[in-house]
Design a protein around this ligand. Sequence first.
Ligand code: SAH
Length: 378
Amino acid sequence: MGLKLLAEVSPQDLLVALAELHNHTIGYVKSMALKCAVDLGIPAAIHRRGGSATLAEIASDASVHPARLPDIKRVMELLSASGIFTAKPADQGGSGAVVYGLTTAGRFLVGYRNISPVVPFLTNPLVVSSFFSMSDWLRSEPTTAAAAAGAGSSSGSGSLFELAHGCAQAEMASKDAALNGVLNESMAADSQLFLEVVIFDKGRIFRGLSSLVDVGGGNGAGTQVIAKAFPRIKCTVLDLPHVVGQQAAAGAAGEGNLQFVAGDMFESVPSANAALLKNVLNHWGHDDCVKILARCKEAIPARNAGGKVIIIDMVRGSVLGDSKVSEMEAIQNMFMMYVNGAERDESEWKAIFSDAGFSDDYKIMPVLGPLSVIEIYP
Ligand code: SAH
């Protein structure tokens, strides 16, 4: 059988097949190279030097030991072959010296719209190690809804994270200040960038509101972008005590129209014209999403008085034919499994809206491919 297969496969196909398996199996080396580059501040060093730097300059700026120059070169070569850095000959003279620069993707790791804080979160050992027990988890019976009753405090119960670490991610973050910081800074960086895009492209969704509650709004960095752009909207950030407790206790009013409330979105949501849920529902299963939306519905006025919920999340399957985007959707959807969340297509969203008692004439507004704004009405 084995020999027959070898006879049927051309050497070229065999090479491609082996390379595919190899690249899949140790694809994590790419993640680690990116984490290393960010930890060493390499994108920032290239940026500070005007957008290009030699290996020696990078090594010097990143305090890499001179004896490890050939090793940092390997990191730079991999990240140049995989779309983070550019690599060009330093001169025409064939000296072999290379100058590194930033690709469009690499430019988002520096400067004003810097999403590099996402890297320490996505490569965090607690997050990554959750996936090691996936096959055991898939063979085990899911926690029943009854066992997970009082879902607010049992968030992520029965998740891969819980199986690996004995408690849900939110509970771990409430005790582990380093993990809490990594999580909150990652969400904040992502939100600051994406909310600017949303306001630029779909700003009308916020127009006319006098108040907005950002449910699961993290440390409020994203809400602040809205509060600044729309100074007449009174913005409230609701999140768990370990995320916003200090600001809530201090009554911190960031820009005058921003306040913080520490609480549990499964219990109650502060009243406002509109509730915003950005990257929150993708952390939860269907039933929990229905519960969260039910609390939001109680917090907003009737539809004819302008009440609505704004959801910013992925809608899978809205871009066809772009393999990078399809791969991102599939990877992100599987990634969310570690906290029992999911990335959803329109039919899955529709079922949640309907079960939570919202009208079926929701509006999906694509912003960047599958990354969308959805408006739903009571
Ligand atoms: N909306 C933010 C953060 C998304 S991450 C952003 O897009 O940047 C999900 C957020 O939900 C986290 O900040 C987490 O602390 C919060 N969260 C989880 N469980 C919660 C609960 N029961 N009540 C309120 N917030 C909760």
